[in-house]
Write a protein that binds this ligand. Structure first.
Ligand code: BV8
Length: 242
């Protein structure tokens, strides 16, 4: 990978970094992204149709089956070189704030100390505060022991607000950063996808690392095409060699 002189200078001068990450950073750990064909049993699933409160209201068992499957996958995989490179870089900077759209918890397992989970965490449950459809057979759904209330995965579905304070924390980090990365995200889901644009509006350089071009590519300061596991370690080494 060729790191041009301009990018090298920005990397070596960076002290406060924000890294926005998406499913692509976990791909090399073996976690399928939404955009790829779902693995095996879930190749018919359209996430925007299943990852919604309405889908859970109507068919909680099907939504739970998809999340239980993905939770098990996430428990079986390990962080990859990309997660580890961000954790390592964070130890030599004033700070590195990970802002992830992923729910797999792999950044924390890799040792990143500052992680904002914009879309929740698949390993946690919370009480479903909506109303299941009248004809739903709600037997065998996971329930909160003390009250018997139906549980749901503690993730953010399409059409739902992000966790309290998450986007504010992410924006605060972007506004005081001197460099922003966008790694392994299709840069389409809002409000996450607006964060790199906020950086660019403040003349904060944005480096995109992604396997394919995205709507961010034309405006990013640098676009490094390829896999996060291959591109992030040398990029962090170049930053640390300053
Ligand atoms: C909200 C958790 C307020 C659950 C997820 C119209 C216009 C604009 C916005 C909207 C609109 N209509 C509705 C909206 C709002 C909506 C939205 O943005 N929709 C999109 C589809 C247009 N957003 C919301 O609803 C959000 N809430 O806005 O609240 C509100 C309230 C009511 C009404 C309106 C607004 C909540 C969104 C959160 C949804 N939850 N995940 C779960 O995980 O099950 S989103 C989920 O999909 C991910 O978190 C991720 O953010 C998103 C995309 O998934 P993928 O594409 O797989 O992953 P990613 O984007 O990361 O892409 C992978 C990339 O990696 C690819 O580009 C690939 O090339 C690359 N790659 C692959 N391998 C590698 C790689 N790159 C590097 N290395 C590799 N090895």
């Amino acid at each position: 990978m060729v790191i041009d002189e301009g990018l090298r200078r920005v990397l070596q001068g960076a002290r406060r970094v924000v890294a926005l990450t998406g499913a692509g950073i976990s791909a090399e750990s073996g976690v399928p992204t939404f955009r790829e064909a779902q693995d095996g049993v879930w190749d018919q699933v359209d996430p925007e149709e299943v990852a919604t409160p309405e889908a859970f209201r109507r068919n909680p068992r099907r939504v739970w089956a998809w999340y239980a499957h993905r939770r098990q996958l996430a428990q079986q995989v390990a962080p990859n070189a990309a997660h580890r490179a961000l954790a390592e870089w964070g130890r030599s900077l004033d700070w590195l704030q990970v802002v992830t759209q992923n729910v797999d918890g792999l950044h924390q397992r890799a040792g990143s100390g500052h992680v904002v989970e914009l879309h929740g965490n698949i390993h946690r449950d919370r009480v479903f505060d909506g109303q299941l459809a009248a004809d739903v057979d709600d037997l065998e759904l996971p329930r909160f022991p003390e009250t018997g209330a139906v549980l749901r995965p503690d993730v953010v579905w399409f059409g739902e607000q992000l966790p309290e304070g998450a986007i504010e924390q992410a924006l605060a980090a972007v506004r005081s950063a001197d460099l922003m990365l966008s790694v392994g995200t299709s840069a389409m889901v809002q409000p996450a996808a607006s964060l790199p644009l906020e950086a660019l509006e403040r003349d904060i350089p944005v480096v995109e690392i992604n396997a394919e071009p995205t709507p961010l590519t034309p405006v990013a300061s640098w676009h490094l095409p390829g896999s996060a596991g291959e591109l992030l370690p040398p990029l962090v080494r170049s930053a640390a060699s300053g």
